[in-house]
Write a protein that binds this ligand. Structure first.
Ligand SMILES: COc1ccc(-c2cccc3nc(Nc4ccc(N5CCN(C)CC5)cc4)nn23)cc1
Length: 300
């Protein structure tokens, strides 16, 4: 169990957690929709329960760090932590979070592209940007910012989820270096993350630029970052050398093209996030200001 000094842990009793349906699977384990119904009369609240499957990649220790990370993050653009559930007998534990009814941003945009206009895409972008700004104030680096990890709470609210890869930047450094990269989402990675496993707020800004591209592509599978990069690299490249080819084309200043009908000012934001030199990339607060300015223009 997490010791009491690691923040208050609301304990959910497994016997009151009623399984309803699967919400998704990842290399960490699975997330299920449950109703927490201690009264047993179906009046309990719906919750998203992330069950840990300890395997070679993710251990109980990693999971406890993820729980700790989420439990200290209390912000409107970050998925809400509710508590933990220790399963009787079995070693594992579950993370209990608020349930966001609209699901992942990818599914939402793909099935609502006709009724989501530029202004709403910019609203979502500004919310993600504010969420990232909050993470930065706590010296957290997300390391896996991608549309697949953004959840939709309502037609006008999205939240950042999945802090499985999040790390705290040491107080005496400006970056976090990862030892074993594992199965990394390299198509969302900044060059220094691909080449040196170096992660910082500025590498999160690079990934934010990729999320902007996903937003303005309405998460269309045909313009998915992996597909666009692999088309440039050549689909017949062996898998172990893909990151080297990707690092090369980025070094030679190739970048993903603007999504169809993407406003020039928005594509310019993406290109700022994709500056090769991380010192030239904007910070999240500066990005937030630029997005709000473009929203003003879109409003008129
Ligand atoms: C990788 O998979 C997940 C799945 C769920 C979550 C998660 C965490 C924390 C809160 C939370 N709320 C929802 N809501 C949600 C709603 C609907 C759906 N889909 C409904 C339609 N189905 C066909 C697919 C899932 C998925 C998630 N998902 N969710 C995170 C990662």
């Amino acid at each position: 169990a997490l010791s009491p000094d690691q923040g208050e842990q609301t304990l959910f009793e497994e016997r009151h957690l009623r399984y309803i349906s699967p919400l998704g699977k990842g290399n960490f384990g699975s997330v299920e929709l449950c109703r927490y119904d201690p009264l047993g009369d179906n009046t309990g609240e719906m919750v998203a329960v992330k069950k840990l499957q300890p395997n070679k990649l993710s251990t109980l220790e990693d999971f406890k760090k993820e729980v700790k990370t989420l439990s200290v993050l209390d912000y409107e653009y970050i998925v809400k932590y509710k508590g933990v559930c220790y399963s009787t007998g079995r070693l594992s534990m579950s993370l209990v979070m608020e349930y966001l009814p609209y699901g992942s941003l990818i599914n939402y945009l793909d099935s609502n592209r006709l009724c989501v206009n530029t202004w709403r895409l910019l609203l979502f972008a500004s919310q993600i940007c504010k969420g990232m700004e909050h993470l930065q104030t706590l010296r957290y680096v997300h390391r896996d910012l991608a549309a697949r990890n953004i959840l939709v709470a309502s037609e006008s609210l999205v939240k950042i989820a999945d802090f499985g890869l999040t790390k705290v930047v040491p107080f005496d450094k400006e970056y976090y270096r990862v030892s074993q990269p594992g199965d990394s989402p390299i198509f969302w990675y900044a060059p220094e993350s691909i080449n040196e496993s170096r992660f910082s707020h500025k590498s999160d800004v690079w990934s934010f630029g990729v999320v902007l591209h996903e937003l303005f592509s309405y998460c269309d599978i045909n313009s998915n970052p992996k597909r666009l990069c692999m088309r440039e690299i050549g689909n017949n490249v062996q898998s172990q050398s893909i990151s080297m080819y990707l690092a090369n084309i980025l070094k030679n200043n190739w970048r993903m093209p603007a999504p169809p009908n993407c406003p020039a000012k928005v594509y310019s934001l993406m290109r700022q996030c994709w500056a090769y030199d991380f010192e030239e990339r904007p910070c999240f607060s500066g990005l937030g200001n630029q997005i709000e300015a473009i929203m003003q223009d879109e409003r008129e």
